[in-house]
Write a new protein. Structure first.
Length: 194
């Protein structure tokens, strides 16, 4: 016998798929951490997202499903299609040009408040400093992790060795990458050559 109850309490499928969910819910939906989503937003390769405001990111379940399905494989030997959106295939080896760290840091300093709002969206400006929670540890409230907006020096005063002197070292620390990769990513974000 078919179910006789009312279905009025169930939202239409399109509402479920197209409704906006926050970062934590999106991470849980995919089985990843919110930090993984944050990294993909910065580096690329992640699911589509909606920037509601400078501190509010949302996702549609439809986009999360589409992104996950685009990664379905039958074997580990299957390669991504070159040029395909969200391509995660290895970058071909090529002759690398030296990175101009001082130039990238100097340009990044001019855009540091914007970069920090992007990298540390829960932070806030306090005078000449940007104060945020340290995403690399269980930091419950802002206060000990600070970035000087004038010279780019940063530190987490709760951890003895968590400090640096420029935006490149900050990016490398936050996203656990090498300084050269951090410099290239910052250059890409700023639209300049490394």
């Amino acid at each position: 016998m078919p179910f006789q109850g009312s279905t009025a309490s169930f939202p239409p499928a399109s509402d479920y798929l197209d409704g906006l969910i926050d970062e934590a819910a999106a991470a849980e939906f995919l089985g990843y951490t919110p930090r993984a989503l944050q990294n993909w937003r910065v580096r690329g390769g992640g699911p589509k997202f909606v920037r509601v405001s400078s501190r509010s990111i949302r996702y549609r379940r439809r986009d999360l499903i589409e992104w996950a399905e685009s990664r379905l494989r039958c074997s580990t030997s299957e390669m991504e299609v070159p040029g395909k959106k969200n391509d995660v295939s290895p970058v071909p080896v090529r002759q690398m040009q030296p990175i101009d760290f001082p130039r990238i840091n100097a340009i990044a300093l001019t855009k540091l408040p914007d970069l920090l709002r992007y990298w540390l969206p829960d932070g806030r400006r306090e005078g000449a400093e940007y104060v945020a929670r340290n995403p690399r540890r269980d930091d419950r409230s802002p206060g000990s992790f600070k970035v000087n907006l004038i010279n780019g020096r940063w530190a987490d005063f709760a951890i003895p060795d968590a400090r640096g002197g420029d935006p490149v070292s900050l990016y490398a620390y936050l996203f656990r990458v090498q300084q050269s990769d951090a410099a290239r990513e910052i250059a890409r974000l700023l639209g300049v050559d490394p």
